[in-house]
Write a protein that binds this ligand. Structure first.
Ligand code: AMP
Length: 543
């Protein structure tokens, strides 16, 4: 027997309608290429989104066609998100930090029909334009006054595209399983793979994201996503924030700039900010160097890579900011776990609480997790056993776009293999030890490079640390510690190895330390171990 409930489809346009009716006066503040501080309201955003939807309907595309964006976080990009998906098309967010060849591959693979491009990214697109012949036209995210000369075909400024359109629009109703957004993983090997989100998955994910023990979003919050809109939909913020009516602050092209971030956080009274660890390193360094405190920020959600304990401590001790670690993947929309304290953790000491927060976190209802051994046998949740981390749930991908049935990402019984290796403790807190392909196998046992890196980062003279395995005749592999020293700091190999002694298992202590000026990162801010392994391919351990 079916329940007697309305069959309303879960569509992203419903979030926009709710936001318009209930939070019309909430502000959205953006830094853009053509305006240092643009300010308007939710009502303005919803009105302009309807104008854009009318304009998109006139482009002569079929529902389901992909429309790409190559843009930073700002209000026009947000409008494009809702207008494209809401009108029945697929908003394909492309990461401008990828290599041009990857951008060309992704746009052609997705068969994007139109492309929305930021003013600052226009030169890049002009260079690759002849390699993306399927793109029929380009919308430059600016107005006519700032529209540059361009060789791009059918190029039009965003403001002139929507300027004469009606602000009345009837959002179409369709099956909630319809695709609304597409994002390619920034995989380090092989071609990037497309993850195709549905309206249903985005809405369910947003409901989970706002809940108290996940992001705990409130209407009176002010949220600054430093995580880009092209990195898994800024972790769902465009939908979650507008669901509850938070003020939004977008740093535009300035998201890597510690000073701009600091000023926005203070001036706009941001209560919650989200980003990857490397971004926060820049902000903390700026605050330290300029002797300033973060006075307004209450909490920050950090994910995308392991969060060092030292960072959690610095936010807490110097700025009174609560760090919540999150773990997830593009394939998971992305939220999987968050390190919010649960009942039973009330009596933890401040240091124990830091250790808890240094874990990736506990599962969110909607994401089932399990760890399995090489034979696929499920391992216990005891905080010790580690194995391949697998997940399933309504916002986890069932396959990759145009690779249906081809990739080996899913198990026969329907779980997605994340490619991460993890432990899960008795309380359900998961900790990532490594990516499967980054694990260091020494004498048949695994060494967690993430644990070693985080412990090294606790030393004041270390700005960044990476650990890779290098071949060893007896142990198969041994860890090599690669360090960038903090500015002006002195540090020797002996000093850092001594620092690690007693803090990690004896046999995890790296066999050698090298100091470098730079550690390579992926386009989404993760340490690029594959490049480090290439760089140190001929490296010989001492002795
Ligand atoms: P992406 O799809 O680009 O978001 O990358 C997802 C991957 O980033 C995961 O599979 C993890 O390897 C890594 N990752 C994300 N969050 C964390 C975290 N909190 N700790 C360690 N690794 C993380």
């Amino acid at each position: 027997m079916h329940g007697l409930m309305m069959e309303s489809e879960l569509l992203i346009s419903s979030v926009l309608r709710h936001a318009d009716k209930n939070f019309g006066d909430r502000e959205i503040v953006s830094v853009t290429a053509d305006n240092p501080l643009h300010r308007y309201t939710y009502a303005d955003c919803c009105r302009r989104t309807r104008q854009l939807a009318n304009a998109i309907d006139k482009l002569g595309l079929d529902h389901g066609d992909r429309i790409a964006t190559l843009a930073w976080n700002d209000y026009r990009h947000l409008e494009a998100y809702y207008a494209i998906g809401g009108a029945g098309f697929v908003c394909h967010t492309v990461n401008p930090r990828l290599f041009p060849e990857q951008i060309v591959f992704i746009i052609n693979h997705a068969e994007d029909k139109w492309l929305f491009v930021d003013l600052l990214i226009l030169p890049l697109v002009e260079k690759i334009a002849d390699q993306i012949p399927g793109v029929e036209g380009f919308v430059v995210l600016t107005d006519d006054a700032n529209m540059p000369e361009t060789s791009l075909k059918n190029a039009v400024s965003y403001e002139s595209l929507i300027g004469s359109e009606s602000d009345e629009y009837e959002w179409p109703e369709f099956d909630e399983r319809t695709a609304c957004a597409l994002c390619y993983t920034s995989g380090t090997t092989g071609n990037p793979k497309g993850v195709l989100f549905s309206h249903r998955s985005q809405i369910l994910h947003a409901y989970a994201a706002v809940s108290p023990d996940v992001m705990g979003l409130r209407s009176r919050d002010c949220v600054l996503p430093v995580v880009p809109l092209f990195h898994v939909n800024a972790w769902g913020i465009p939908y979650a924030a507008m669901m509850v009516g938070t003020k939004l602050v977008f740093p535009g092209p300035k998201m890597g700039d510690g000073e701009t971030l600091y000023q926005l956080l203070e001036q706009e009274e941001v209560s919650l900010s989200l980003g990857v660890p490397t971004v926060w390193l820049a902000l903390l360094q700026y605050a330290e160097a300029s002797g300033q405190k973060l006075n307004r920020l209450e909490r920050t959600i950090i994910g995308g890579a392991a969060v060092p304990e030292a960072m959690i401590r610095e936010f807490r001790d110097k700025h009174d900011v609560d760090v919540i670690q999150g773990w997830g993947m593009t394939e998971m929309s992305p939220l999987g776990t968050v390190s919010t304290p649960k009942s039973g953790t009330e009596n933890l000491s401040p240091d124990e609480m830091i250790s808890l927060k240094a874990k990736a976190g506990r599962g969110i209802c909607g994401v089932e997790m399990r760890i399995v051994d090489d034979e696929g046998k499920e391992l216990p949740w005891d905080g010790v056993a580690y194995g391949a981390l697998q997940v399933r749930g309504p916002w986890v991908c069932s396959d990759y776009y145009k690779l249906e049935g081809e990739s080996e990402s899913h198990t026969e019984d329907g779980w997605f293999d994340t490619g991460d290796v993890a432990t899960i403790d008795e309380l359900g807190y998961m900790a990532i030890t490594d990516r499967t392909k980054d694990v260091i196998k020494s004498g048949g046992e695994w060494i967690s490079s993430i644990d070693v890196e985080n412990t090294a980062m606790g030393h004041a003279a270390v700005a960044e640390a990476a650990v890779i395995g290098v071949p060893h005749p007896k142990w198969t592999e041994r860890p090599l510690l690669i360090i960038i020293k903090a500015e002006g700091a002195e540090l020797t190999s002996e000093e850092i190895l001594q620092w690690l002694d007693g803090k990690i298992a004896k046999w995890w202590i790296p066999d050698d330390v090298v100091f470098v000026d730079e550690i390579p990162h992926t386009a989404t801010g993760k340490i690029k171990k594959i490049d480090l392994r290439k760089q140190f391919a001929d490296y010989k351990l001492p002795g």
